[in-house]
Design a binder for this molecule. Structure first.
Ligand code: FUB
Length: 447
């Protein structure tokens, strides 16, 4: 009997460990508030453009755009600020809102709405050779200025690029192949119930804002925030990028402490993903939002199933290799830490206090790690990194002492022995010891 219960506990424990290993965590960014997801797949990674609600905002207070990336949909690497109103678009003064990045001509183009100084809401375009930047304002002035927001971009099979934008209404314009100019007139999409459903918007439809246009299996989609407010997410499909659109219904009901929502849909490594935002982080609201993701399967006829917001998020694809350098700002979940650029051009996690932690999901230790090292800096007297598996209070497999290094940018590598880190486990780096801000961490690696 005894051994039956012992075995049952072992099985349940293993099951929980496996479930913990394969589940990602929503919202996917915890170090700052993020909104208006715009993912793009580049070289086996998903890059996620996000805009950024400043802490404690009670109205839109948005000044910069951030980039994150993931190879497995669970661990997200922070790439920091890639563009801001102050430094990238001096002609603008407010409202760093929802944009999108697209690749063409061996370059990346990013379409972003913001308010022109003393003027109207406008859409600017930035260009970069690499998705992580540096990004430059391509024109030094708006690409379009007509009081609309939420640009979304698609290159059709014949090479013609279309820039859609919205609120109020829905419009598109044909971009030239240089992607920084357009030809022809701006087309206003006819808003009618057959195309966008019957709803509470001023035009009698459900369409509010945040369009995301794309094509999949010969069907064109526009997914959008609907029925303000609180918004839900709906979609329409059509036989061409220019429509005509047929209303298809709700993708995600209104929920989650934010009066806006904003959709994005991609396929990545054979699976489909739906990105959105809500107010799920502590302190979350319509002005302090967070991006989340769900995986889903299209119905056989191409329709999108009804999706719900979850805490678990999308399952991890594959595992993370601990035996290469991993940036400390690669996280499945974190508590208490922020990120900041280092003086030598990278990014580090900062503002670490006692009890803060970083979770890295699905780490493939194989037969066993023997040591852990991390690049750290501390202007105080440092602290400790507890290396734990399976949970923030999970098995302690090593403890690294971090000394004071005489500065937040005075980097030093610390190392400690590790024992019992085998198989595939969620790794928790738990920060203890010391007082106040303990230390910064640039990267870590097992050996
Ligand atoms: O984040 C600012 C605005 O709120 C976006 O541009 C809209 O889509 C809505 O999410």
């Amino acid at each position: 009997m005894h051994s039956f219960y012992a075995r049952l506990l072992l099985v349940l424990g293993t099951l929980l460990a496996v479930l913990d290993t394969v589940q990602a965590d929503n919202p996917i960014i915890q170090s700052i508030y993020t909104a208006d997801p715009a993912p793009i797949v580049v070289d086996d990674r998903v890059y996620l453009l996000a805009d950024h609600d400043e802490n404690g905002s009670t109205t839109y207070n948005m000044r910069d755009w951030r980039l994150f990336s993931s190879a497995d949909m669970a661990n997200w690497q922070d790439h920091g600020v890639i563009a801001s109103i102050a430094t990238t678009f001096p002609w603008a003064d407010l409202n760093a809102w929802a944009g999108q990045i697209i690749a063409r001509n061996n370059k990346f183009y990013m379409y972003l709405p913001m308010r022109r100084r003393g003027g109207n809401t406008a859409i600017g375009v930035a260009v970069a050779d690499s998705i992580t930047g540096p990004w430059k304002d391509a024109l030094g002035k708006p690409l379009l200025e007509n009081g609309r927001i939420d640009p979304t971009v698609w290159i059709d099979d014949n090479g013609q690029a279309y820039l859609y934008f919205a609120n109020p209404g829905l419009f598109y314009v044909k971009l030239n192949t240089d992607m920084i100019s357009y030809s022809g007139s701006i087309v206003e999409v006819s808003m009618n119930v057959a195309s966008f459903g019957s709803g509470r918007e001023a035009d009698g439809t459900t369409f509010a804002e945040g369009p995301w246009v794309y094509k999949r299996n010969n069907l064109y989609y526009v997914v959008y925030a609907a029925n303000c407010c609180s918004e839900d997410i709906r979609y329409s499909t059509g036989p061409s990028i220019m429509g005509p659109w047929t209303y298809r219904g709700v993708v995600m009901a209104s929920a989650g402490k934010s009066f806006t929502n904003h959709p994005a849909v991609i396929d990545f490594k054979g699976k489909s993903y739906f990105f959105y935002h809500n107010g799920a982080l502590p302190g979350g609201s319509g002005y302090t939002r967070s991006i989340a993701v769900e995986s889903f399967t299209y119905n056989a006829d191409g329709t999108i199933p009804l999706l719900t917001m979850t805490n678990a998020g999308a399952p991890q694809i594959g595992t993370l290799n601990p035996y290469t350098r991993n940036e400390a700002e690669t996280m499945a979940f974190s508590s208490g830490v922020q990120t900041q650029a280092t003086l030598d051009g990278g990014l580090a996690i900062i503002n670490i206090e006692i009890g803060d932690y970083v979770k890295v999901a699905g780490v493939a230790f194989g037969n066993g790690a023997k040591s852990f090292y991390a690049r750290v800096a501390s202007a105080t007297s440092g602290g400790k990194i507890e290396v734990r598996l399976g949970g923030v209070t999970g098995t302690l497999v090593g403890t690294c002492v971090v000394p004071g290094t005489n500065g937040w940018q005075s980097w030093q590598v610390v190392t400690c022995a590790v024992s019992g880190a085998t198989g595939i486990k969620d790794l928790y780096l738990k920060f203890t010891g010391g007082s106040g801000y303990l230390f910064n961490v640039d990267y870590w690696q097992f050996a």
